[in-house]
Ligand binder design. Structure first.
Ligand code: DGL
Length: 261
């Protein structure tokens, strides 16, 4: 079984890519909804949550863990790998490398949570893959919470997002990295704002490809999906159709349950 987790709903974008890529795999998704958003929490707090959820996934029998959250990857993937050296761990990092490969103007931007935006790991990623480019890092406080509340077609938010995006485009940015898994679900709002002027870079498919590489026997199961949340699991279940993921719900034998850690 493959365990996938995030602070909330955002990692479902990664889960969907993995379920497409590995249609027979058994999957377990945990949303740490009692503690969302991670982006405003300290590194020590996020590490504690990542280790607790990692322990729980291993105890459920997961042989591969996907940290479907940029913020948690930045804060705690090294600690998780150290804690469970026998379990391969796949993380999510903002798609700076593909954005750097795609830009023509030499200007790219990274939209991320506050914790990811201020992290050394993002700074190193930019140094290693985009050192020759002009890179704008834009923290987007509140955006992940919008997704959690399923406020996906709120015109007020579209205006707020526009005021973040327009100045980037005005400086010549032509690739915008969605550096938080929640932001994939904001595409319907963001895509019209950038249309024809910039690409939106998401790494869910790249994470799925890496998951295939490391899956081994975890790729073969009965295509089951277990859903758990640390608070309001019914909200996780109900979000699937709202996010265009009803088909994922069809893989569940039971309604989403409470995660005990
Ligand atoms: N989805 C997460 C990420 O990719 C975190 C959002 C949050 O909890 O702040 O960064």
């Amino acid at each position: 079984m493959i365990g996938v987790f995030d602070s909330g709903l955002g990692g479902l974008s990664v889960l969907a890519a993995i379920a497409h890529a590995l249609p027979r795999a058994d999957l377990c998704y945990i949303a740490d909804t009692a503690h969302v958003p991670y982006g405003e929490k300290s590194e020590a707090f996020i590490q504690g949550r990542v280790l607790a959820i990692g322990d729980h996934l291993v105890s459920l029998g997961c042989g591969l863990i996907v940290v479907a959250c940029n913020t948690a990857t930045v804060a705690a993937i090294a600690a998780l790998r150290q804690r469970h050296p026998q379990v391969p761990v796949v993380g999510v990092e903002p798609g700076v490398k593909p954005a750097a490969a795609a830009t023509r103007s030499g200007h790219i931007a990274v939209l991320a949570t506050e914790a990811t935006a201020r992290s050394q790991r993002l700074a190193h990623l930019i140094r290693d893959h985009a050192g020759h480019l002009i890179v704008r890092i834009e923290p987007c406080p509140g955006w992940a919470s919008r997704v959690e509340m399923l406020e996906l077609d709120d015109p007020g938010f579209a205006a707020q997002a526009g005021s973040k995006i327009e100045p980037l485009l005005a400086t010549g940015v032509d690739q915008i990295v969605l550096g938080c898994t929640h932001y994939s679900f904001l595409r319907p709002i963001l895509a019209p704002l950038v249309k024809g002027r910039a690409g939106l870079v998401d790494v869910a498919d790249a994470v799925a490809r890496q998951t295939i590489r490391l899956a081994g026997n975890n790729a073969y199961g009965k295509a089951r999906l277990m859903l758990q949340a640390t608070r309001h699991p019914e909200h996780l279940q109900a979000a699937l159709p709202r996010l265009g993921l009803r088909w994922l719900g069809d893989r569940t034998d039971h309604p989403a349950g409470i995660c005990p850690v």
